[in-house]
Design a protein around this ligand. Structure first.
Ligand SMILES: *[C@@H]1O[C@H](CO)[C@@H](O)[C@H](O)[C@H]1NC(C)=O
Ligand SMILES: *[C@@H]1O[C@H](CO)[C@@H](O)[C@H](O)[C@H]1NC(C)=O
Length: 427
């Protein structure tokens, strides 16, 4: 009897448990549905913040939508400090002595190289239209772009510690981050800008969460939590853009990639004035091995009057500026300039990815095969372009990705850089 009673009690308790278990399941699935709803709402809210009302939209052959947004409606003006900002439609000074920025052109004759194409590099979306005057082209962010990020907050941001630290006191840190670099750099002076002409390629990316880029860095402060950085160049990043296209990009941060800054116009900060170039849009054409070579020029300089950091793409396009209040150290000057390539290696345990840097070929191969930066220059105190003094190089593992500098009459200071990543000498 006692036994029966006991088991009946157990059965009742069992039924109660099952009841609560089912209740638990129902509420779990409700919670899950609620959190999916919440995430959707969050993504939608973020998209509404990022994508401003367009005067006109151009669909690019690569599937991008380029929104032509009235210049005063761009994301920069969401920033509380920019509410009453007077947009500057031209810089006060130009390091090449070109005050009429509407007709910016190189003083020097164009550099002729074997097999170098004279066709100007364009963005792919130009094939399908132009933005009207008074608007700026913005690559529209799609829902799936945001969903690929680890969180809404992380979308459009670099991960912490993405900066190369030449002669790092703690090499483990450099390795730990999984980022690999092959760069040239100068430090130990005050810099007011930098210029480079960068060979454009479409490196192969092994894993969708990896990227490959080629850029210049304008750095201020120490490599601590308050590092200031302005960056521009080209990148292939399936995570950020959802494809393998080579795209023009910019980045800025004033706290070592923590709370401030972003790629392109994905947060308020950069003020764009140009109606022809869209940040984050595909560059076309790109170079081919032993075939046509294409390159882009990027100049970033500090306006000595207002203190803003301006950016120019090619010889004709002054894109806009980062207001000086965004920065601490860079509000004065830069303490270091870097030029070169970076890839993310997602392979664990010291193994390497076959994600390519540059052309995917080592510097020894030279022109038409290896990727280059040429005519690299810094802007000095008197706002003049100068050859970099005491150019150093850095790479974590030269068997994976390497860098080699040189100089000559036409190319000034230049370097070849990059590599295939994983290979017999880089397991
Ligand atoms: C990007 O390239 C990788 C490797 O070459 C390939 O596996 C992947 O499908 C490509 N992604 C897209 C979106 O084309
Ligand atoms: C990174 O780690 C590899 C081995 O995994 C080592 O050979 C290399 O020297 C390290 N790089 C730096 C910069 O310490």
């Amino acid at each position: 009897m006692g036994d029966v009673h006991f088991s009946r009690g157990r059965a009742r308790r069992g039924a109660v448990l099952v009841f609560f278990w089912i209740l638990g399941l129902i509420s779990l699935s409700c919670a899950a549905r609620l959190s999916v709803e919440k995430q959707k709402l969050q993504v939608q809210k973020h998209l509404n913040r990022l994508n401003k009302p367009a005067v006109k939209t151009i669909e690019s052959p690569d599937g991008d939508f380029i929104d032509c947004v009235h210049i005063s409606h761009q994301p920069a003006f969401d920033h509380p400090y920019l509410k009453d900002h007077n947009i500057q439609m031209r810089p006060n000074y130009h390091p090449e002595g070109l005050f009429d920025v509407n007709k910016v052109s190189d003083e020097k004759p164009p550099i002729k190289q074997p097999k170098e194409h004279s066709a100007p590099i364009k963005q792919l979306w130009h094939m399908n239209g132009k933005c009207p005057e008074g608007t700026i082209p913005i690559r529209r962010t799609k829902e799936e772009d945001v969903l690929r990020a680890s969180s809404v907050k992380r979308y459009g941001r670099k991960k912490h510690r993405a900066i190369p630290k030449p002669r790092s006191a703690d090499p483990d840190l450099v390795n730990e981050s999984g980022h690999q670099h092959a760069i040239a750099y100068v430090e130990g002076d005050k810099y007011y800008g930098a210029k480079a002409t960068i060979n454009v390629w479409e490196p192969r990316i092994q894993q969708p969460n990896e990227f490959s880029l080629s850029q210049l860095w304008i750095l201020g402060g120490s490599f601590g939590e308050d590092l200031n950085s302005i960056e521009a160049g080209w990148q292939v990043s399936p995570d950020l853009y959802g494809d393998n296209n080579t795209r023009l990009f910019t980045y800025w941060t004033s706290d070592a990639y923590q709370a401030t800054g972003c790629y392109n116009l994905l947060c308020s900060g950069f003020i764009q004035i140009n109606s022809e170039i869209a940040m984050g849009a595909s560059i076309s054409p790109v170079s081919a091995y032993r075939n046509s070579q294409y390159d882009i020029s990027i100049l970033v300089w500090k306006d000595p009057k207002e203190g803003h950091w301006w950016m120019q793409f090619g010889n004709d396009y002054v894109l806009g500026y980062w207001p000086s209040f965004l920065f601490s150290y860079l509000a004065d000057s830069a303490s270091m300039i870097e030029w070169g390539g970076e890839v993310v290696n997602s392979e664990p345990d010291g193994h390497h990815t076959s994600t390519q840097m540059g052309s995917g070929h080592f510097p020894e191969e030279g022109f038409g095969k290896s990727s280059y930066f040429r005519n690299i220059q810094v802007v000095d105190e008197s706002n003049n372009l100068k050859a970099p003094k005491g150019l150093g190089t850095f790479t974590e593992q030269s068997n994976c990705y390497d860098v080699q500098t040189g100089s000559n009459g036409d190319w000034g200071h230049y370097f070849y850089y990059g590599g295939p990543g994983k290979n017999p000498n880089c397991p």
